[in-house]
Ligand binder design. Structure first.
Ligand SMILES: Nc1nc2c(c(=O)[nH]1)N[C@H]1C(S)=C(S)[C@@H](COP(=O)(O)OP(=O)(O)OC[C@H]3O[C@@H](n4cnc5c(N)ncnc54)[C@H](O)[C@@H]3O)O[C@H]1N2
Ligand code: MOO
Length: 408
């Protein structure tokens, strides 16, 4: 990149990224190992839900027509001809004029057309006294009333939450075809960096980007296979990139050295290797390197911590989602600005905001009292998301509606 060059739209850079990434292959995993994975194909019910007609109550299976006269004052008495617990394989035909004791989830005996809850009876074992006339169909759960065999349980490209895994289990699946997790290497560059918690020497700072990126990668359901911190030294970065390729990666994410400084190592190493460095019309996150190095997408994010957090959401997360076969962009939430603030000209702002409800109204408030500087790492602690302010706006006024990207 020689000279400043024009600012390019965020969408143009996102399009480059998405054009360069591919959906990964799939593998079959047992449900217990599939949480956080993405379905590689539509999942259809292999068994119906419910599997068979069954009782929704502990009580008695009856013919409703036998009990039209039953009341608290004049209970009806029926012989109990069967005792059906959940899990029983008995399916006796229920004769007219008889009852079967039945527990919740036990199969409905053929002929029965209503369940009387035990609370409406004397709980008898040989004979039962019934104090209330049931309506036909009462407390019966019909086979397939939720899903029939072949019905769609999960679409392809859906993240597997515990609830979705449970639906798949209920529909007869023990394992699912899921996308492979993207393998990601994270490299923080900067001679000023020391490990979190290590003593600071003059001019040094704690490396927070490694922690941030590692957590974001894992939170995006990818696999962190390498995390390195390298000084502003070409040979050190080249060696780190070689190690990343040696372990096998689907993406490499760097932080720092993406701008025009004399020691901007990411740019000096990667630009000659075909990674393009551009100025994107966004704040923070203006300098962005992206390209494909020996088949591997490489993201060179600017070093400022808030820039890293925003750049991940805007470029890296959509790529990792695409690799997993998901829609690239999670839907934003909408909030009203609690206060006003100035925004930079000609750059779309991604302002870290804290969200809070005022009654039913979701309000967004800048997460840092110190403004929206990309160096304000402390503001990340309070940020629930990034409010997206269009480039043509120069200020946000109190009450303005804002789209907010939730942080991962
Ligand atoms: N002359 C210009 N200077 C700068 C421009 C510009 O257009 N012209 N753009 C500014 C913008 S905007 C950004 S953003 C930064 C991006 O710079 P780099 O990507 O080269 O990042 P560094 O210089 O390496 O670091 C920036 C900042 O972040 C701190 N940092 C870096 N790594 C970490 C880490 N792992 N943990 C915590 N903090 C980190 C670093 O110490 C710097 O303070 O360039 C502007 N300059
Ligand atoms: O683009 Mo930089 O991230 O504004 O500070």
């Amino acid at each position: 990149m020689s000279g400043p060059g024009p600012l390019e739209p965020v969408e143009a850079q996102q399009a480059r990224v998405l054009a360069a990434v591919r959906v990964l292959g799939s593998e079959s995993l047992p449900l217990g190992a599939a949480a956080g994975r993405t379905t590689a194909a539509e999942v259809r019910a292999a068994v119906p839900i419910p599997v068979f007609d069954n009782s929704a109550m502990d009580g008695y299976a009856v013919h409703a027509a036998d009990l039209t006269a039953a009341s608290a004052e004049r209970p009806s008495l029926l012989p109990v001809v069967a005792d059906l617990a959940a899990g029983t394989d008995l399916t006796p035909e229920l004769p007219q004029g008889a009852a079967a004791r039945i527990m919740t989830g036990a199969p409905l005996p053929p002929g029965a057309d209503a369940i009387v809850p035990v609370e409406d009876t004397d709980g008898g074992v040989d004979r039962v006294s019934i104090r209330r006339a049931p309506v036909r169909g009462a407390h019966i759960r019909r086979a397939a009333e939720d899903l029939a065999v072949g019905d769609s349980v999960l679409a392809a490209g859906v993240r597997l939450t515990p609830a979705r895994l449970a639906a798949a289990a209920a529909a007869g699946h023990g394992s699912l075809e899921v996308r492979r997790r993207p393998r990601v290497a994270v490299v923080a560059t900067g001679s000023e960096l020391v490990a979190p918690g290590a003593p600071l020497r003059p001019g040094s700072i704690h490396d927070s980007n490694s922690t941030l990126l590692a957590g974001l990668v894992v939170g995006a359901d990818a696999e962190l296979v390498l995390a390195e911190r390298v000084p502003d030294d070409d040979a050190a970065l080249i060696a780190a990139l070689a190690r990343a390729r040696a372990v096998g990666v689907d993406a490499i994410v760097l932080s720092g050295g993406a701008s025009v400084g004399a020691y901007d190592v990411a740019r000096s190493v990667l630009e000659p290797r075909g990674i393009a460095f551009r100025r994107i019309a966004m704040q923070p996150g203006k300098p962005q390197g992206f390209g494909v190095l020996e088949g591997v997408p490489v993201f060179a994010l600017p070093g400022n911590p808030v820039s890293v957090a925003v750049s991940f959401e805007v470029f890296v997360r959509p790529a990792l989602r695409t690799m997993q076969g998901r829609a690239p962009f999670p839907p934003p939430v909408h909030a009203l600005a609690a206060v006003g603030w100035r925004t930079p000209p000609e750059r779309r702002q991604y302002a870290p905001v804290a969200l809070e409800y005022d009654g039913p109204t979701l309000l967004a408030r800048p997460a840092s009292a110190g403004g929206s500087g990309s160096h304000l790492a402390g503001s990340l602690a309070l940020a629930d998301g990034f409010a997206v302010v269009p480039a043509e706006r120069s200020e946000v006024r109190p009450g303005d509606e804002l789209a907010v990207m939730l942080v991962g």
